[in-house]
Design a protein around this ligand. Structure first.
Ligand code: ATP
Length: 261
């Protein structure tokens, strides 16, 4: 079942509705520490009545979330605050095009864990849009959300710096970089980004845009691979994932073998 209706219902008024009703998006204060290009991204737009209005800012956070962990959650919270996001939508993917499916837990479990992890965090939402059969390409997902949510929103796509260096292998990467604002979270082990790797497929302008989207997020040395490995070996995953997720993994016997569950 698609839960698009779920987040659609929670949408704030459109810009037209907002203008008509006098409702205004929050102030145009810029977060400290943002670089020039990111500031440009957050520039207020002015309607003809000269009142500042902010376009809605929505970030999409795709991944296998196998399982979701504190690395994802702390990075998401940091980015939501720094960019003053209205919404951040987690998109578990059925079959990440870049990853083997070996230890992938069933989609229903990964979704349940994402929903549990973001419970009570009003800016965080969940969508099952990327759970369709077959490989899901980010460019298609971005196009879907653009069309569904309107052209006047600012749309971000969140990745970790390990994914940034793999970007050249992504389907239609040039079009992707032009179609949304890619925000890169710092990840231990990938602090030094070799931009030359990206030059083979992207223009200097596109590289500059990607560089401006690199954010100084807390370095969280947590990976789903390590969590699965620890469960397999009977080691503790306490503090790596929220307690609710630790209990869920335990209750459903996930990750006890290489096959996920
Ligand atoms: P796995 O270990 O199975 O490869 P993962 O921990 O990398 O999984 P994913 O669900 O594949 O988790 O990650 C989704 C996105 O979140 C990716 O772009 C990844 O780079 C990013 N990400 C995951 N963990 C972190 C982390 N600790 N810090 C920053 N970014 C992260």
């Amino acid at each position: 079942m698609h839960v698009y209706a779920e987040y659609r219902e929670n949408m704030p008024p459109s810009r037209e509705q907002a203008t008509l009703s006098g409702w205004m998006r929050r102030g145009s204060r810029l977060p400290a520490g943002m670089n020039v290009a990111l500031r440009d991204w957050t520039s207020p737009i002015c309607k003809d009545d000269a009142r500042p209005l902010m376009p809605e800012k929505i970030a999409l956070y795709g991944g296998s979330f196998n399982p979701i962990h504190h690395g994802h959650l702390i990075v998401a919270r940091h980015i939501a605050e720094e960019l003053q996001l209205d919404r951040l939508i987690f998109l578990p993917s059925a079959q990440p095009p870049h990853k083997p499916t070996g230890a992938l837990a069933a989609a229903e479990h990964r979704c349940a864990m994402v929903k549990l992890a973001i419970e009570g965090e009003h800016a965080f939402q969940f969508s099952d849009h990327d759970l369709r059969d077959g490989p899901t390409y980010t460019i298609d997902t971005v196009a879907h959300f653009r069309q569904a949510l309107g052209m006047d929103i600012i749309l971000y796509w969140i990745i970790g710096s390990d994914s940034l260096v793999e970007l050249t292998t992504w389907y239609r990467v040039r079009a992707l970089v032009d179609s949304c604002r890619i925000v890169t979270a710092a990840r231990p082990g990938w602090e030094q980004i070799d931009w030359n790797l990206l030059r083979s497929r992207l223009s200097e302008e596109q590289i500059a845009v990607l560089q401006s989207g690199v954010m100084d997020t807390p370095l969280m040395d947590i990976s789903a691979t390590d969590i699965r490995r620890r469960v397999r070996l009977g080691k503790s995953i306490r503090y790596l994932v929220p307690e609710k997720i630790r209990n869920y993994i335990d209750t459903h016997g996930l990750y006890k073998t290489d096959a996920g569950a």
